[in-house]
Design a protein around this ligand. Structure first.
Ligand SMILES: Cc1ncc(COP(=O)(O)O)c(C=O)c1O
Length: 537
């Protein structure tokens, strides 16, 4: 493809007969299978110094008839291939990543340093509790920090993502209602909620009932009071909502629900706007989840895995997933680092464990994940919390909100602001003004790539037509925010003066605009050797 003489830049520089005409960051890269040539190797084994074994004798009928068609390349070809691919990724380590609703904040290096401490990194889930006290202390401390931050009474770290946390939380709600004699039938969800909320309610067996937001982006209390009845199991409230608005009436909302025996679930994935400032446990929330991979700086966006702890009030604690970490008050703490002493672990008398996993929970909803959760993420999140301390966490929240409002202030005379209510951690514009010139939010987002930024979130939330959802997080400096604002202003000017440029963006990437519908509907996910007819799709 790089030799295609119809590409103007190829003709211009007269290089259409060579295979390389662009710097590697913008050059396309063949698949590793396409680069393969028979016989190439990235390794060389020493001559056999043990008797040869005939695989057919050893494996019998399990022997495959034909060798696997693996790519054959030299070491440097493999290294270059994957290194080039890695340079195609946009990352928070390269620049601002204002993907609204995702809190793409910087993942501090201290998290990584701590997560690589051998005793933590190599803790095995099958290790007996008595020999795992170090990692159990980490888990326990994180639990206590998160309980303090949320103002709740109990927590499970098991869920592996935000949506998984929602699922766990609504199962707790269901279990509690079942114990009252009726699991109830409906879950109320405002139209400003995250999309995973209705999916969660449905998968837990509830009918989803929509609540329409009022003009300020909040919940209409009268409409809510009219809708809650004895079949309402819970309201799932994303707070701050996906339009970045804090639900200031939340305590009254809790009162309306509780009066009818319904519970308040808070989607706390947007806690980056609240940590150190307000605690859901203090404003009536019964159960909530957190996204460690958003608020607490663990890797996210292709770099996971995630973690979606669920915190709840004491009355829901008996239903938490097993196992639950318990501290045995009668026993003494085992030495944290027995390997530093002269004795080896195996030589020691078995130490009574001060922390252990309890499975004796008759009302538990059961396990929601293998083992204990994504432990590596617990270590990183705790490192982040301890490195910041209470003041640092509060400052982080203030900076995240300040950054979003700085962008709002600098762009609101150029892009339409559908909700005028104060913004928290993110600001949502609409493309109304640009759409009048035929340019949509998706076009502006693609053009942003040419300016060196990751796009904001496009066309979400659904309650804003043509949404541009921008979440800078606290990670960005004033200088980076100003660059982003300048890019957004420049694009708005382009929309006025040369809309086609924006509608056909990006122009600086390896591939130009992709057919997203085709990519979503008919993805080609498998490479097939050329000799084999393509698999019917
Ligand atoms: C508000 C909100 N709720 C729930 C989720 C779901 O989290 P996850 O993607 O980890 O399942 C997200 C994800 O970004 C979110 O922003």
């Amino acid at each position: 493809m790089t030799t295609d003489p119809t590409i103007p830049e190829n003709r211009a520089i007269g290089l259409h007969t060579t295979g390389k005409i662009r710097p590697h960051q913008t050059q396309n890269e063949a698949l590793v299978f396409e680069k393969s040539s028979p016989g190439k190797r990235a390794y060389k084994l020493p001559p056999l110094d043990v008797p040869a074994v005939d695989p057919a004798t050893l494996l019998g009928t399990a022997l495959r008839e034909k060798g696997a068609e693996l790519p054959e390349l030299s070491e440097i070809e493999i290294v270059r291939h994957f290194t080039r691919l890695s340079t195609w990724n946009y990352a928070i380590d390269l620049g601002m990543y204002p993907l609204g609703s995702c809190t793409m904040k910087y993942n501090p290096r201290v998290n990584e340093a701590v997560a690589r401490i051998e005793g933590l990194a190599e803790a095995h889930p099958y290790r007996p509790d008595s020999l795992a006290q170090g990692i159990l202390e980490v888990i326990d401390l994180l639990q206590r920090c998160l309980i303090e931050i949320t103002g709740m009474d109990a927590i499970t770290l098991q869920p592996a993502a935000g949506a998984h946390g929602e699922f766990t939380g609504i199962l707790l709600v269901r279990a509690w209602h079942e114990l009252q004699g009726n699991p109830r039938r409906r879950v109320l969800i405002p139209d400003s909620a995250h999309g995973t909320n209705p999916a969660t309610a449905a998968i837990c067996g509830y009918t989803v009932e929509n609540l329409k937001s009022n003009p300020e982006g909040g919940i209409d209390l009268e409409a809510l009071a009219a809708q809650v009845d004895s079949e309402t199991a819970a309201l799932m409230l994303t707070n701050p909502s996906t339009i970045g608005v804090f639900e200031s009436q939340i305590h009254k909302i809790a009162g309306i629900l509780h009066a009818k025996g319904a519970l308040l679930y808070m989607d706390g994935a947007n806690m980056n706007a609240l940590v150190g400032k307000a605690r859901p446990g203090d404003f009536g929330v019964d159960v909530m989840h957190l996204n460690l991979h958003k608020t607490f700086s663990t890797p996210h966006g292709g770099g996971g895995p995630g973690s979606g702890p669920v915190a709840c009030k004491a009355f829901l604690e008996p239903f938490l997933p097993i196992p639950v970490l318990v501290r045995n008050p009668q026993m003494h703490r085992a030495p944290s680092f027995p390997l530093l002493s002269a004795e080896r672990v195996g030589d020691q008398e078995p130490q009574p464990a001060s922390l252990s996993w309890s499975y004796d929970r008759p009302q538990s909803i059961g396990r929601v994940r293998a083992f204990y959760g994504n432990t590596g993420m617990f270590i990183r999140a705790l490192a982040y919390i301890l490195a910041n301390g209470p003041d640092g966490l509060r400052q982080t929240t203030e900076d995240a909100v300040l950054n979003a409002n700085y962008i709002r202030d600098k762009l609101q005379n150029i892009y339409e602001l559908p909700y005028k209510t104060a913004s928290m951690h993110e600001v949502v514009f609409s493309d109304k003004r640009q759409a009048a010139r035929g340019v949509k939010t998706g076009d502006i987002a693609k053009r942003l790539i040419d300016y060196g930024f990751h796009p904001y979130t496009v066309s979400f939330p659904m309650i804003v037509h043509g949404a541009l959802m921008i979440e800078p997080t606290e990670s960005e400096s004033l200088e980076e925010l100003d660059l982003f604002i300048a890019a957004m202003r420049a694009i708005a000017r382009e929309v006025e003066e040369m809309p086609e440029l924006v509608k056909t963006a990006p122009h600086s990437t390896r591939v130009s605009r992709l057919d997203e519908v085709q990519a979503a509907r008919k993805p080609i996910l498998r490479w097939a050797p050329p000799a084999v007819p393509p698999i019917a799709r």
